[in-house]
Write a protein that binds this ligand. Structure first.
Ligand code: SAH
Ligand code: TYD
Ligand code: ZN
Length: 410
């Protein structure tokens, strides 16, 4: 096992602090009969001792993950839809007093955010390499370019449309190992006072809640204010604002501008100080994470084994990318969890990657209700518990495992 690798941001030394072992691609839901063809890689995380970026040590080729068959749909959650509308409105309002503003989104997926921008008549472009979801965005009246965003694509976008007032990326920047090319591209695309706004799972929340299932093939980086400030500075950009968000288990929205163009807010200094206090830049603190992961994994496996031995039915809720990490790390399969329910058409009828649990439509949840439901989509707990009142009324119990294994009847 390699203990150190070279940082994908600054070429410094990355020291590994946790190894999840052999894992499949989290969104590669398997057709029954094709279990033998799965791709595996070693999922391990480390900290760069120079720029302090937490990152995976092994990179999966991007076309294996993001292609025509990419199944994830951003519009799959009603509460998240409200979040995207608020984001879009903010850009529309911000750009209102400029002549002909231009908004670019990296990883626009099915167009859930840009649809609102398009309806407001604001000039926009989504850059999205996964063909299936890009087509859904185009069907909503969103202008989409099917490409992986990087330096040369940025140059051609600028040549065709002019400079961007806003470049936005949600749950996408952390997916992209080739960060130098991205940041040089953004820098060259931005108008002089333009901003690059991106929101991604926050390292501070992952460590505080031990939400280790945020670590999987697609999530290559785990950003914090320290590492984002460092990566921006390497490419002529500056971190000018941070805002904590409650979505997806805790994220931060970072705003970058061209170096010197805007004054950094007080929130940046405050978050930097908080991170030092929490030890997020310190390898020893991060090493403590592994023992907590192991505890959750052991507790969950013991609980599920117990329930099986008592003859109880357990169904999981939400075939999330996140669930691949816990299922494969803990060795949980169809003997412990009989099925996973999910609303996404492209996931239904398939098996969970590596662990091969059948995925069935959400309507099957009540047909009949199981005794226990393992909530894989724990980041959508409020929405799911709300719409599954009938499960609770039937005496069903929810199992969650972040920040610790809990069984609840509410
Ligand atoms: N923004 C959406 C989608 C997140 S999923 C949301 O927050 O829900 C990540 C998306 O990034 C996928 O649709 C994937 O195809 C896209 N992506 C991956 N690499 C990319 C790149 N280099 N440029 C633009 N999009 C990319
Ligand atoms: P999500 O947690 O957003 O992301 P990831 O795959 O990156 O971990 O995935 C939520 C999954 O749960 C998605 O497959 C849709 C499904 N889902 C339901 O089946 N019902 C629901 O009510 C909601 C909100 C999500
Ligand atoms: Zn580094």
């Amino acid at each position: 096992m390699a203990d150190t690798t070279s940082c994908r941001i600054c070429e410094g030394t990355v020291e590994e602090f946790f190894d999840f072992g052999r894992q499949p691609l989290s969104n590669a839901f398997v057709k029954p009969g094709e279990e033998k063809d799965e791709f595996f890689f070693r999922l391990a995380v480390g900290l760069c001792s120079d720029c302090r970026m937490v990152q995976l040590v092994e990179e999966v080729p991007r076309e294996r993950m993001f292609n025509e068959d990419y199944p994830y749909l951003s519009s799959g959650s009603v509460l998240m839809k409200a979040h995207w509308e608020a984001v879009a409105q903010r850009f529309v309002d911000r750009e209102d007093n400029r002549d002909d503003p231009f908004v670019v989104e990296l990883g626009c997926n099915d167009g859930v955010m840009l649809e609102t921008v398009a309806k407001a008549g604001v000039r926009h472009l989504g850059v999205e390499p996964s063909g299936g979801v890009a087509d859904l965005a185009a069907g909503k009246g969103v202008l989409v370019r099917k490409d992986f965003f990087e330096e040369d694509v940025a140059a051609s976008v600028r040549a065709e449309h002019g400079p961007a007032d806003v470049v936005f990326a949600a749950n996408t920047l952390c997916h992209i190992p080739y960060m130098g090319s991205i940041l040089r591209g953004v820098r060259d695309l931005l108008a002089p006072k333009g901003v690059f706004v991106f929101e991604d799972p926050y390292l501070g929340d992952i460590m505080a809640k031990t939400s280790f299932d945020q670590i999987y093939d697609e999530h290559f980086y785990f950003f914090g204010a320290h590492s984002v400030r460092a990566m921006a500075a390497l490419h002529g950009l500056e971190l000018v604002d941070v805002e904590r968000l409650p979505v997806h288990g805790g994220e931060v929205r970072y705003t970058l501008a061209l170096a010197g163009a805007l004054t950094p807010s007080a929130a940046v200094a405050a978050l930097l100080a908080e991170e030092v206090e929490a030890g997020l830049t310190d390898l020893e603190t991060l090493r403590g994470f592994g023992a907590r992961v192991q505890r959750i994994s052991d507790d969950l496996t013991a609980l599920l084994t117990d329930l099986r031995d008592q003859g109880r039915r357990v169904v999981a809720y939400g075939a999330t990318a996140k669930s691949a990490t816990i299922l494969n790390y803990s060795g949980i399969g169809p003997d412990l969890v009989e099925a996973v329910v999910d609303t996404t058409p492209a996931k239904q009828g398939r098996l969970t990657p590596g662990s091969h649990i059948p995925i069935v439509p959400a309507e099957r949840f009540q047909d009949p209700y199981p005794d226990y439901a393992l909530l894989f989509a724990w980041n959508h707990a409020e929405e799911i518990r709300g719409k599954e009142e009938g499960f609770r009324a039937s005496g069903g119990r929810w199992i969650t495992y972040v920040p610790e294994v809990r069984v609840t009847s509410d």
